[in-house]
Design a protein around this ligand. Structure first.
Ligand SMILES: *Cc1c(COP(=O)(O)O)cnc(C)c1O
Length: 392
């Protein structure tokens, strides 16, 4: 059966070149990067080369890159690290209502132990309200954390303005850039971010490794006491092979970004145009233009997303109804609720997230399969018939 993977926001296929770069570090280059003998030095060099490669992808100095176990740990380290370090300044944190659970749940946890958290609203396209930010920020605000782009609906947030407002009030600004790194240019020399989270497995690298950018001069508390690895920020023997893989993936993303973005944006626009014209009562969620190059997120009347997903799976198509993290829960997506959809609408949504290997043929296959499947599901859907009767 034909297989089409369009769930690249959940994870990506590891690039063959990345695997090849990693293998020696499982095999003969197995030293502990802290050891001073030749085995240790070899591992250390691999790791430091990766640090340069990750730094280059976001235009940061290698000294500002700290390796972690992934996006979730980077988010936790940034947010809890600031909260613990700066709690004498105040106890107020600002985030948005559409963050990834790695940020949202961390903020909710801090809320439960004595911090105050403001959750900024978003408009119908998923853009965070700058006006609400300006109104809620005070001298007590330690931290503003707003994602660079949303992992479900793909909306790109105005993080330059958000960072400026944070800094005008003396707050630290963190952004979760897991979905944007390697897809749209990130230049930390020109950006206001003090802390920025990255994950390897979203950019054709391995799972279980990520990085936190921490600007020089910004101090945060460590969450992991121990042997003082990663200059004291993150103890624990480094995942050298994973880090080398992340370095290679960053290098590849950096060299291919322009071409990939152009090609994938064209595919994205093609699938959006086709679905909206070929499928009756279909709508695009998220921003029409300011969205991730690889994200198309739809809502279909009279459709239950889980059934659609399973039917597509039978045709070899791997997509998603929301984020991978919330798709096993029955709760409607907090992101879709935040943009003003009702529960039924939220449950009738589908995310297509494209990757480096997708082709025009894939787009045709996905569109054709969607049109056929949706028609079939609607024929047996009481939801659809009821809506039709109501509309008549
Ligand atoms: C995937 C993702 C994460 C989590 O990263 P892991 O490396 O899987 O822990 C965090 N934030 C966003 C926006 C993501 O898409």
């Amino acid at each position: 059966m034909r297989k089409v993977y369009v769930d690249n926001a959940a994870t990506t296929q590891v690039d063959r070149e990345v695997i090849d770069a990693m293998i020696p570090y499982f095999d003969n280059k197995y030293g502990n990067a802290s050891s001073i003998h030749s085995f240790g030095r070899e591992a250390y060099e691999g790791m430091e080369n990766a640090r340069k490669q990750v730094g280059q992808l976001v235009n940061a100095s290698p000294k500002e890159i700290f390796f972690t176990s992934g996006g979730t740990e980077s988010d936790n380290t940034a947010i809890k690290g600031v909260a613990l370090k700066s709690k004498d300044k105040g106890r107020h944190i600002i985030t948005s209502g559409i963050e990834h659970p790695a940020v949202l749940e961390t903020c909710q946890y801090l809320d439960s132990v004595g911090f105050n958290v403001t959750y900024l609203p978003v408009d119908r396209c998923g853009k965070v309200s700058l006006e609400s930010l300006s109104k809620s920020i005070t001298k007590e605000t330690l931290l503003v954390t707003v994602m660079h782009a949303n992992n479900e609906i793909g909306t790109i947030e105005p993080i330059r303005e958000i960072g400026e407002i944070a800094h005008e009030h003396g707050a630290i600004f963190h952004t979760d850039a897991v979905q944007t790194t390697g897809k749209i240019p990130i230049d930390l020399n020109k950006m206001e971010a003090d802390l920025l989270s990255i994950s390897a497995h979203k950019i054709c690298g391995p799972k279980g490794v990520g990085a936190l950018f921490k600007r020089e001069g910004v101090t945060i508390e460590t969450l992991m006491q121990g042997g003082g690895h990663e200059r004291g920020l993150r103890s624990g023997t480094e995942n050298v092979a994973g880090i080398v893989g992340m370095g290679k993936a960053s290098y590849l993303a950096n060299t291919r970004m322009e071409d990939d973005a152009r090609r994938i944006t064209d595919l994205r626009d093609e699938i959006i145009k086709k679905v909206l014209t070929e499928v009756e009562e279909s709508y695009l969620n998220g921003h029409p233009t300011e969205r991730l190059p690889n994200n198309a997120h739809f809502r279909f009347s009279g459709i239950e997303g889980e059934s659609l997903l399973l039917s597509l799976d039978e045709k070899g198509i791997a997509a998603s109804t929301g984020s991978a993290c919330s798709s096993k829960k029955l709760m409607p997506s907090h992101v879709l609720m935040a943009i003003g959809l009702n529960e039924v609408q939220a449950h009738g949504s589908l995310r297509i997230s494209l990757g480096r290997d997708n082709t025009n043929d894939d787009i045709d296959y996905v569109c054709d399969s969607l049109a056929v499947t949706i028609q079939r599901l609607r024929e047996i859907s009481p939801l659809w018939k009821r809506e039709k009767v109501a509309a008549a």
